[in-house]
Design a protein around this ligand. Structure first.
Ligand code: GLU
Length: 353
């Protein structure tokens, strides 16, 4: 069903069929008309074409080092776009709540910057790509900062340890509330994911202890790993994730609620970190082929940011060897190409090819 909805009502304009899913195009309350937000028909056509092209792609496999993730239906596939003027495009399994995993690192970084300022976060964590696996112990030993950057596990656990609070519960509530503000609605922990990961996270505990040896973790190491494990277990659906991305595209302001939820001055630091290290060991290849700041999670989600325009989030659990969702990468590359989103291409600011 093709639908345009607003705060004031829902209008059904007609119906079109998408074989495996339903495409709804609700236009929620448009809080701030953006002159650069993409045109609805073009976005809708590009997303639909990408969805149809890749929906039967069976390459890759679910992450299984967290037992829960191995059981997620690998056929699930949802695509959502949220623009800076809060237009929402959705296709496929956009209501399914999956674990945000590593994408959470972006938002804990934003919260740490809000609490401490970007300079202190930079000093305490750093911003260098590690060139190693996201959970590498060797990187902690070898890299001069030990933490690397906020988007690899060591740097992310250290970033989580920066969040202040009287006790673990207070720190955790603060993080969850912050994510919810960014999503524009209440998010919750998926308890089974948390339990599954908490039972198998010896590697992350080892990273935290190693950081303690170098004085590069800023609270109790095990408490920090536990909060980090919870943050990775927060459930989001594709639309919520796209909205969280759209906040970064919109200078830190939530396009749905109009609330400034991330400080505008922090946004370029967050996006540059995503551009360098958002897709694990294929971040370089991603920059080359797609040219958008993005973050991936082993739960199968990827969100890519198009500054000033919006964000696209895709959920499909099968991952490639680097740990990135196969379909999500293909859809985002396809849509980005069609709509000239690549930030390194002059076409992204309107120059002709
Ligand atoms: N919670 C996962 C871990 O620490 C996050 C990994 C990811 O999504 O990259 O291993």
């Amino acid at each position: 069903m093709f639908r345009i909805s607003s705060r004031f009502g829902t209008f059904f304009l007609g119906a079109f069929l998408v074989v495996a899913g339903t495409c709804t195009v609700p236009v929620h309350g448009q809080t701030n008309k953006s002159p650069v937000a993409p045109n609805r028909e073009r976005v809708e056509a590009a997303v639909r074409e990408a969805y149809d092209k890749y929906r039967s792609d069976t390459n890759g496999k679910n992450a299984d080092y967290i037992p829960y993730l191995a059981q997620v239906d690998s056929k699930l596939f949802g695509v959502a776009v949220v623009t800076t003027d809060n237009q929402v495009y959705e296709l496929g399994d956009v209501k399914y709540s999956f674990s945000i995993q590593s994408i959470s690192k972006v938002y804990t970084l934003a919260l740490a910057m809000e609490e401490l300022g970007f300079d202190k976060v930079f000093q305490r964590i750093g911003s260098e790509p590690t060139g190693r696996a996201f959970n590498s112990v060797l990187a902690v030993v070898d890299i001069p900062t030990h933490t690397g950057n906020p988007l690899v596990n060591a740097g992310a656990i250290a970033t989580t340890s920066l969040i202040a609070g009287k006790n673990e519960d207070e720190k955790w509530s603060k993080i969850l509330d912050f994510y919810s503000k960014v999503a524009g609605e209440k998010l919750v922990l998926i308890d089974e994911v948390y339990k599954s990961e908490a039972a198998t996270n010896a590697g992350n505990k080892a990273l935290a202890m190693l950081l303690a040896k170098y004085d590069r973790i800023y609270a109790d190491p095990f408490e920090s790993v536990d909060i980090y494990t919870k943050q990775c277990s927060v459930g989001v659906n594709a639309t919520q994730l796209a909205r969280m991305g759209a906040v970064l595209a919109n200078n830190g302001k939530n396009p749905a609620t109009g609330e400034q939820v991330i400080r505008a001055e922090d946004v370029p630091y967050i996006l540059s970190t995503m551009a360098m290290a958002g897709l694990y060991d294929s971040s370089g290849s991603w920059a080359w082929h797609v040219g958008l700041p993005a973050k991936s999670g082993v739960g199968g989600g990827i969100v890519a940011i198009v500054p000033g325009k919006g964000a696209i989030a895709v959920f499909a659990p099968r991952l490639d060897d680097a740990g990135n969702s196969v379909k999500a990468q293909k859809v985002i590359e396809f849509v980005g190409d069609k709509l000239d989103y690549n930030l390194f291409s002059p076409q992204s600011v309107g120059l002709k090819k």
